[in-house]
Design a protein around this ligand. Structure first.
Ligand code: CUK
Ligand code: CUA
Ligand code: CA
Length: 636
């Protein structure tokens, strides 16, 4: 399973010799000292790629992750699938991929994006594709409750909800008035009422082509999506743009980093100033303003929009160096950490001071209790349950383990070493995540480093490389690298949930809301899905209702006329766990999954006369190949 000692093998191929040349160069040398910080957007990143440390991890740690055949993992990992538009479930510590959940993408295995049920979730004229970044599970009292997983789509400004019981997407909301929903987090306390969603790009309002040069008039919005209705309850206009977001453990505040306080539309402009900011949102005050009617609406949208720009009492702006990226609340609820990206520092906020900030009794920077240097390119921070923080250093290709309380003392001037260890990772890590680390239940067992580049770590598969998700043991004093896990584009972020928090269904319930629309359609047609095999004609629309029990469909043939719009509705009557059937109409671009006790439907045009076979495409029985039938299309 692991491949520990590659780097000790003789250099036998070109990939290895490439690597050994690079290792001779020091990455600091290439970056050229302090200049690297400013140049990180361009030369710094490129340079560090060429010179990243290729030192291999010694790997006597393999036993830690050996989850034997038939054994179950201790954790579920929910992985963003990046611009593949999906979410993936991995088991930890084995790092085995367990499932893929199509969300914004089209998936022929399940029929996501093809079936009528999934199209109803995606909405009419839904864009095909997405860009997932931040998966987060709903919480109650700061602990995962297993109910939902939420994920953003930066590409098409959407937020989706995945049901924790069936692990399927059940709602997708397009966020109005925005471009590029990036940062996404849930309210942790008292429960996840809101999903907080950052829109990254500033745009003109109205965006009608009349004032495109008035860059100083562009702005963006912070949105609160209601977790149950998946409607946007309110939006807040902000200064600057919005990058990542997190919430506190009182339920009172959410806060977002901004890398472009400059309001620039070009790269150089967005790196001009030494500081950008963190915007803090006072949720109670925003709710009160909305309730009192102190809001506007934008364009066709009915969503209440409040003004949270500088000077508003609904928000506070804390200056932070420089193009900060991740913002992460520590599990104890006392601190949050903003990661400097173009500054080698992280900024630690004491969350209890936010009340005083909003009362006006302290100044914004008084909420900062530490601003300490860790290394080059800090992007995201994760936490254990022992007061330690783990920050990814993108440019240094390292994880920096540091002690939060010691960092605070050092910032006050005490001579104390707050950096505990730096571990090389391979290479250029973005997010990292600890087991249960974004909840009160942080347990400090494993850390995942989501490395953007794998370079020489895996067999190459053409110019496009896998990324490298590395599993690290953090249970002891020292971080230990356990496993390299190749992943497909691009797991920006993940979260790791103890298996006790996840309760999944083995079979569908017949009243599952995901196919309630189809049940209603059958009822209107006088069809009982669980027993009937019937063809209903409605003008040139034909609905073919059939059941399935391994290894056969309820109908092994049906007749339609050329030009008919055919909807096939299959109800899987099998009650045995794991006996999923499929339905595929050959040469018609129609295929789908029907899990036990599920109903699914798909619509296509019968535009060619003759015999057209359909078959089951999920292996279900020794006679799976024989599970098939004929559509007989009479010429027009
Ligand atoms: S982001 Cu990609 S590495 Cu979208 Cu959370 Cu930081
Ligand atoms: Cu039914 Cu394969
Ligand atoms: Ca900036």
């Amino acid at each position: 399973m692991i491949n520990p000692k590659d780097k000790n093998l003789p250099e036998i191929d070109t990939q290895d010799s490439q690597a050994s040349e690079h290792v001779k160069l020091s990455r600091r040398l290439f970056l050229g000292g302090g200049a690297a910080l400013v140049g990180a957007g361009a030369a710094g990143l490129g340079g560090s790629l060429l010179t990243a440390n290729v030192q291999a991890a010694g790997n006597s740690n393999a036993a830690h992750i050996n989850v034997g055949p038939g054994e179950l993992d201790e954790y579920y990992g929910f992985w963003s699938g990046g611009h593949s538009g999906e979410v993936r479930i991995l088991g930890l510590p084995s790092m085995r991929e367990l499932m893929r959940i199509p969300v914004f993408n089209v998936d022929s295995a399940t029929g996501w994006g093809l079936t009528n049920e999934s199209k109803a979730v995606l909405g009419e004229n839904a864009p095909l594709g997405g860009d997932c970044h931040h998966p987060h599970m709903s919480m109650t009292d700061g602990q995962y409750d297993g109910k939902y997983v939420f994920i953003n789509d930066k590409a098409n400004s959407r937020v989706a909800r995945i049901r924790g019981d069936i692990m399927k997407t059940d709602k997708i909301t397009t966020i109005p008035n925005t471009q590029a929903i990036h940062g996404l987090r849930v309210q942790k306390v008292p429960y996840t009422k809101y999903i907080f969603a950052n829109a990254e790009f500033r745009i003109p309002h109205p965006n009608n082509g009349l004032a495109m040069d008035a860059i100083d008039k562009y702005y963006t919005l912070f949105s609160a999506v209601n977790a149950e209705t998946m409607e946007v309850d309110w939006q807040v206009i902000v200064d600057g743009n919005l990058d990542n977001t997190d919430a506190d453990y009182t339920g009172k505040y959410a806060f977002s980093t901004c890398y472009n306080a400059e309001g620039a539309v070009d790269l150089a402009g967005s790196m001009r100033d030494e500081r950008d900011h963190l915007v803090i949102f006072n949720i109670e005050r925003i709710e009160a303003a909305v309730k009192a009617g102190n809001f506007q609406t934008l364009g066709d949208s009915k969503v209440p929009v409040v003004n949270g720009r500088k000077g508003s009492d609904l928000t506070a702006y804390v200056p932070v160096p420089k193009n900060p990226h991740g913002i992460n609340t520590a599990p104890g609820g006392k601190y949050a950490v903003a990661n400097g990206k173009l500054s080698p520092t992280v900024t630690v906020f004491e969350l209890a001071k936010f009340d005083a900030l909003f009362d006006g009794s302290i100044k914004p920077r008084d909420t900062v209790v530490a601003e300490v240097e860790l290394g080059l390119g800090p992007l995201h921070t994760a936490f254990d349950n022992r007061g330690n923080a783990y920050t990814t250093l993108f440019i240094d290709s390292q994880i920096c383990k540091w002690d939060v309380e010691k960092a605070i003392r050092a910032y006050k001037g005490e001579k104390v070493n707050y950096i505990l260890q730096k571990l090389d990772v391979h290479y250029q890590p973005g997010h990292n995540h600890t087991t249960m680390g974004e909840t009160r239940d942080a347990d400090g067992k494993y850390l995942i480093s989501l490395c953007k580049f794998s370079k020489d770590r895996f067999l190459q598969c053409g110019p496009l490389h896998a990324e490298n998700d590395q599993l690290i043991d953090i249970s002891g004093d020292e971080m230990k690298l356990l496993h390299d896990g190749p992943t497909y584009a691009e797991p920006h972020d993940c979260m790791i949930v103890h298996r006790s928090k996840v309760k999944t269904a083995k079979l569908y319930k017949r009243d599952d809301p995901t196919f309630a629309g189809t049940v209603a359609m059958a009822k209107a047609d006088g069809v009982t899905l669980e027993t009937d095999n019937k063809v209903i004609r409605d003008g040139n629309k034909v609905r073919v209702y059939m059941t399935s029990v391994a290894p056969s469909y309820g109908m092994d043939q049906f007749s339609v006329k050329q030009g008919d719009e055919v909807t096939v509705i299959v109800t899987n009557l099998d009650q045995i766990e794991d006996v999923t059937h499929g339905f595929c109409m050959v040469n018609h671009g129609a295929q789908m999954e029907i899990s036990p006790q599920q109903t699914a439907s798909i619509t296509f045009k019968a535009d060619r006369p003759g015999v057209h076979w359909y078959y089951c495409n999920w292996f279900c029985h020794a006679l799976h190949m024989e599970m098939r039938g004929r559509m007989l299309v009479e010429p027009a």
